[in-house]
Design a protein around this ligand. Structure first.
Ligand code: ZN
Length: 80
């Protein structure tokens, strides 16, 4: 935290445009995963499934020994 390359993004379902997460992204580049501790707002009801259309958009994983959700590529898009 406090790193100026961190920025807040919104993550949406590609299939139905439902808002899924507001997320504090660390660094630049394509969204590969979400660290669970950096999810600022979570609009999902069933874990890792879109509340709008039910599509699974991520899988539980760990990165650098931190709990995270690995995004299934193509299932979500990002707006800053
Ligand atoms: Zn959806």
């Amino acid at each position: 935290m406090g790193n100026k390359r961190n920025h807040i993004i919104d993550i949406y379902c590609t299939n139905c445009n439902t808002h899924l997460y507001r997320y504090l992204k660390e660094g630049e580049g394509k969204l590969i995963k979400c660290y669970t501790t950096n999810i600022l707002e979570d609009d999902t009801i069933n874990l890792l499934h879109c509340p709008g259309c039910g599509e699974e958009f991520a899988r539980e994983a760990r990165y650098h020994n931190r709990p995270a959700y690995k995004i299934i590529q193509g299932k979500v898009y990002v707006r800053k």
